[in-house]
Design a protein around this ligand. Sequence first.
Ligand SMILES: [Zn+2]
Length: 130
Amino acid sequence: MSEKKQKHKELLWSRIKRLKALSNIDPCDKNIKPPVDSILSDHSKLAHNNTYGPLPLFYVDKLVVCRECGTQEVWTAEQQKWWYEIAKGNISSIAVKCRSCRKKNHERKAAARKIHLDGVAKKQKRKKEI
Ligand SMILES: [Zn+2]
């Protein structure tokens, strides 16, 4: 393994270790101070979440183990803020797949959709000919 790769791997491991320590923090707890690199949440943007449960006060990077391939990936605080406050993702939903598996899934769905729509178009064309 090259020195650069080794360094990258070490960096990744130290980040994963830090994230595992952060995973014990409850972002809904009003009595704890938000960690250094967390992002504060905006409850007015979370208003679409019709929940009686507590809303997060901040977002911290989370470690995600992909449900499909088992890869460990970081779901960053910025990505979480985007998901909950801009994309209006449900507050109880979390990332379960890594980026590459999500991308593969999107491509597979797009291909299936194309085949379906091509089939529909063919059928309509045939109908017109009759
Ligand atoms: Zn994956």
